[in-house]
Design a protein around this ligand. Structure first.
Ligand code: UD1
Ligand code: UDP
Length: 367
């Protein structure tokens, strides 16, 4: 079998976490010349993850600008990725998820007629505006992909409903579980600043459609919870987006039991999830990781493209109204049986073998 060149393109923190197991698995294959392209739609958040997994990009487009707009980001990505495709002449390109990097890369590949593998294919809310712009990004990416690597059967069903041929869909599990299990197996020193006698609530929030009033509501709810529960510790590693960071600082700084900190590196974040009582988040990836660790998740959104853990009972949607966030979080703090029902360590998203399955599909295709 002749050597094939495969480009793995990553732009943001979650793409790097979920692409890392695939890159590391491809690097073991003798038939692949694997090249890592960092668009660097995120800079610091991306570098933190690549360093953790020991992955050095072969090409770095260094795209990120402060408060970048979606149009400027997309335009720059298209131009720069097109130049990469022209120089590299890959046999296939892999993208992950629903970011603007993934979508623009799929489009650039389409224009150059390079086949694309979409990892974490088929997530849908069926509402183009929620989440924004991710639902449109993944629909466009899915429309252009040659291989659809779906995490679950329900993602596969979504793709079939859109007319994707069943022969092009591969249910692999989500590579986030591969990364999680590899990381959770490592020894991580406990955080010296944490009082282990106190329960910890871990918080993250960053979504673009929450900028403005919804995010202020989220902060108000967090403040109320911290004030009403002085015996509980809150930890919020804050996303560097100024629309998030500045509002979080203004609303939440100065509370004695509420720690705002810089984004944690991946291993430290997994360790924090492991010791957390429960997690309040609007993140996609955390909805997949936390159930595997047996941690309840309250999702501060009105909808989710990840229904499996909601159906299983470990994830609950609590919206973005302060009142409902406070009520549901307080219930988990006060009602032990309700808490126990949500704290189950089963993951509907994978068994840690997803990357191997993706590599097998590609190997069989090219042989
Ligand atoms: C992006 C993705 C979103 C994903 C999220 C994961 C898009 C449109 N959005 O959202 O789907 O869930 O990443 O975190 O693809 N910034 C820094 N340093 C960094 C990263 C970001 O300063 O390392 C700041 C910059 O000012 C940047 C801004 O955050 O302009 C926004 O970054 P961007 O990637 O456009 O959007 P996110 O909200 O991070
Ligand atoms: N994460 C991290 N450090 C943090 C917060 C999150 O490493 O301080 C990881 C987390 O474990 C998950 C991923 O980042 O794998 C989620 O990224 P994010 O919430 O930014 O994006 P989303 O999943 O919503 O697209």
């Amino acid at each position: 079998m002749s050597v094939k060149k495969i480009l793995c393109v990553v732009g943001t923190r979650p793409e790097a976490i979920k692409m890392a197991p695939v890159i590391l698995a491809l690097k073991k294959e003798r038939w692949v010349d694997v090249r890592v392209v960092a668009t660097a739609q995120h800079r610091h958040l991306l570098d933190q993850i690549l360093v953790y997994f020991g992955i050095e990009p072969d090409i770095d487009l260094d795209i990120m600008r402060p408060s970048q707009t979606l149009a400027s980001l997309t335009a720059q990505l298209l131009l720069d990725l097109d130049a990469v495709l022209l120089t590299e002449q890959p046999d296939a390109v892999l993208v992950q998820g629903d970011t603007t990097s993934a979508m623009a890369c799929a489009l650039a590949c389409f224009y150059r007629r390079v086949p694309v593998g979409h990892i974490e294919a088929g997530l849908r809310t069926w509402d183009t505006h929620h989440p924004f712009p991710e639902e449109a990004n993944r629909v466009i990416t899915g429309k252009l992909a040659r291989w659809h690597f779906a995490s679950t059967q329900s993602a596969r069903q979504n793709l079939l409903r859109e007319g994707v041929s069943s022969a092009d869909i591969f249910v692999t599990g989500n590579t986030v579980i591969d990364a999680l299990l590899a990381t959770a197996a490592r020894e991580i020193a406990p955080d010296p600043d944490r009082d282990p006698s106190k329960r910890l609530v871990l918080v993250t929030a960053h979504r673009r459609e929450h900028f403005g009033e919804p995010f202020r509501n989220i902060c108000l709810a967090l403040r109320t919870l911290a004030e009403n529960n002085p015996e509980v510790q809150f930890l919020y590693p804050v996303h560097p987006n100024p629309n998030i960071k500045d509002v979080a600082q203004a609303c939440l700084a100065g509370l004695s039991n509420f720690t705002l900190c810089a984004p944690l590196d991946y291993a430290a974040f997994i360790a924090a999830m492991n010791v957390a009582y429960f997690i309040l988040t609007d993140s996609g990836g955390i909805q997949e990781e936390a159930p595997a660790l047996g941690k309840p998740v309250l999702v501060m959104r009105d909808e989710t493209e990840r229904p499996e853990a909601v159906e299983q009972g470990s994830v609950k949607l609590v919206g973005v109204e302060a009142e409902s966030i406070v009520k549901e979080a307080q219930r988990l703090l006060d009602d032990e049986p309700a808490y126990r029902l949500m704290a189950r360590g089963v993951s509907p998203y994978g068994d840690g073998q997803a990357a191997g399955r993706i590599v097998t599909v590609l190997r069989e295709h090219f042989s």
